[in-house]
Design a binder for this molecule. Structure first.
Ligand SMILES: [Zn+2]
Ligand SMILES: [Zn+2]
Ligand SMILES: [Zn+2]
Ligand SMILES: [Zn+2]
Length: 441
C-alpha cells in the first residue's frame, strides 16, 4: 500500500474557537481509502469469471461479501454445531455465533494487510514479521432479521511466506490486455492447484454455501461440505450441486477439482439475490487518500461565517450569549462536521485504513477513549486503530429496506488490532476488537 503525506495546512487558520474542527492531525495523515469496485456490472462473462477467480484465497483479495477467502485453512472459523474442530496440531477454530440471537454470523469483508512495510511505524513492535508475511483481517456480523444486539466480530490471520497452503511466488496477475486469455487460463490453473493441495490435505471442509468450516458432507459424492440442512438445500436447489454431484464422484481428481473451480465461479450469482444468506461479493480497491486541504479550509471559513450569522440571528430573536452557547454545546457536532467534510471529498469510500492512525469518528457521541480499548487478550499488548468501515458500505449490501428498523446498520465500525500482531494468529484466527458507533437518533 502506498502512503501519502498531506501537505501541512496553512498556519493562518485561527485556532481560537473550541467549535473549530481540528484538521491538524491531517498534516501527517496517511490514510488508504477503500472503494467498492463497481466495474463488475460492465464485465463480459469471461472477464467476470476472472474477477471471481481473483476473489479466492490464493489471490489475497480485499473484498466484501461472498464466502470468506481464508488464509489459514487449518483453523478456519466454523459453523454452528460443527463440534470441536481443534485438530491434532492443536489448531484452534472459532465458532461464529451471535451472542444475542444465537444465529450464525455472516461474512462481511476482509482486508489483506501485511505489516512491516516502509511506512509502518510499528514494525519494530511486531512479535515476528516473518510469521506475518501474509496477514488478513476479517469482519463478520449477525445479519439475522430482528436481532436486537447484533454481534460483530473481527479476526486476524497470519502466515509465514513458507506455509502449507500458498505458493512462495505471487499469483498470476496484471497481465497485458492482449494476454487476457492467458491470464484467465493461468489463474484457473493456479486456483485448481490450490484446491487440489487442500483436498489432499483434507482441508477442503468448508460449507459450499457460506464457506464456514464444517464436518457434514454430501453422502452421494462424499466431496462437497455443508454446514446445515438449510445450506445443503440451497446447494442442491439454488446452486449447481444437483448437476455436479455425479461429476464430483469422478475418479479423475484433476477433472473433479476443475469442475469445482468452475462451480465456485457460477454459484456467486446467487449471492446477488436479496434473500441469499450471504452479501453480494465485490472487490475492494484500495488507494491512498487525496484530500483537498485547501477546499477543507475554504469550507471551514464558510462555517465561521455561518457561525457569525447564527449569533446575529440569535441576537435579533432576543437571544443572548447563553442561548448561543447552548446551541453550540448541544447541536454542533464537530466530529460529525469533520466526518461529513472529509468523506464528501470521496463519497464512495467504504474503508479508511491507517494502522496506528486515528479513527474518523462519525459523531461526538459514543466515541472511544484510549482506556476503552481492551488490551490484546492473547499477549497483553495494547491495541492500535487499524481501519474503519463507513456507513456507505450499507448501500452495497442488498439489505431488505422494507424492514429498516430490523436491518443491519452502523455509523461506523472501528477495528483495533494487537500492536505486536502477535503469534496468537498462528494456527488460529485471533479475535481482535471491533467497535460500532451508531447513528444518533
Ligand atoms: Zn443476532
Ligand atoms: Zn453453510
Ligand atoms: Zn454430492
Ligand atoms: Zn497480541
Amino acid at each position: 500500500m502506498s502512503k501519502i503525506q498531506v501537505k501541512k495546512m496553512n498556519s493562518e487558520i485561527e485556532q481560537d474557537s473550541d467549535s473549530d474542527i481540528d484538521y491538524d492531525d491531517l498534516t501527517q495523515s496517511s490514510v488508504d481509502v477503500g472503494y467498492i469496485d463497481t466495474s463488475m456490472e460492465e464485465l463480459s462473462e469471461k472477464e467476470l469469471q476472472l474477477y471471481r477467480i481473483q476473489m479466492k484465497s490464493p489471490f489475497f483479495p480485499n473484498k466484501v461479501g461472498g464466502k470468506p477467502a481464508w488464509l489459514d485453512y487449518s483453523s478456519a472459523p466454523h459453523a454452528l454445531g460443527a463440534g470441536v474442530m481443534n485438530d491434532s496440531n492443536n489448531n484452534k477454530s472459532e465458532e461464529l455465533q451471535c451472542l444475542s440471537c444465537k444465529s450464525q454470523l455472516v461474512f462481511l469483508l476482509q482486508i489483506y494487510a501485511p505489516i512491516g512495510g516502509q511506512n509502518d511505524q510499528f514494525s519494530n513492535e511486531a512479535e515476528c514479521l516473518e510469521d506475518a508475511f501474509h496477514r488478513v483481517l476479517y469482519v463478520f456480523l449477525c445479519s439475522n432479521q430482528g436481532c436486537k444486539a447484533r454481534t460483530f466480530k473481527a479476526y486476524r490471520s497470519q502466515l509465514n511466506r513458507e506455509n502449507d497452503f500458498f505458493s512462495h511466488d505471487p499469483p498470476p496477475e496484471d497481465y497485458d490486455e492482449d494476454d487476457f486469455e492467458q491470464e484467465l487460463a493461468d489463474s484457473k490453473d493456479h486456483l485448481k492447484k490450490f484446491y487440489l493441495n487442500l483436498y489432499k490435505k483434507n482441508m477442503l471442509n468448508q460449507c459450499a454455501v457460506c464457506g464456514l468450516a464444517c464436518t457434514k458432507k454430501c453422502s452421494r459424492c462424499n466431496f462437497v461440505f455443508f454446514c446445515s440442512q438449510a445450506h445443503q438445500l440451497i446447494d442442491w436447489t439454488k446452486l449447481n450441486h444437483k448437476t455436479l454431484c455425479t461429476k464430483y464422484s469422478n475418479p479423475d481428481l484433476d477433472q473433479m477439482i476443475l469442475e469445482w473451480v468452475q462451480d465456485e465461479n457460477s454459484q456467486l450469482k446467487y449471492f446477488e439475490e436479496k434473500n441469499s444468506p450471504l452479501f453480494p461479493e465485490r472487490e475492494i480497491l484500495i488507494e491512498p487518500e487525496e484530500l483537498d486541504v485547501a477546499k477543507l479550509k475554504r469550507e471551514k471559513d464558510k462555517f465561521k461565517y455561518d457561525e457569525k450569522k447564527i449569533v446575529e440571528e440569535l441576537g435579533q430573536n432576543e437571544g443572548n450569549d447563553q442561548d448561543f452557547d447552548a446551541v453550540k454545546e448541544n447541536d454542533y457536532d464537530k466530529d460529525f462536521e469533520k466526518f461529513k467534510k472529509i468523506s464528501a471529498q470521496d463519497p464512495a469510500q467504504i474503508i479508511r485504513y491507517e494502522r496506528g492512525g486515528k479513527p474518523l469518528w462519525t459523531s461526538k457521541y459514543q466515541k472511544l477513549k484510549e482506556s476503552d480499548i481492551p488490551k490484546c487478550e492473547h499477549c497483553g499488548s495494547r491495541r492500535i486503530f487499524e481501519f474503519q468501515v463507513t456507513p456507505q458500505l450499507l448501500c452495497y449490501l442488498n439489505l431488505d429496506e422494507s424492514r429498516q428498523m430490523d436491518t443491519v446498520d452502523w455509523a461506523g465500525l472501528y477495528v483495533y488490532t494487537c500492536v505486536k500482531s502477535c503469534q496468537a494468529a498462528k494456527n488460529s484466527y485471533a479475535s481482535e476488537f471491533i467497535y460500532k458507533q451508531d447513528f444518533v437518533s
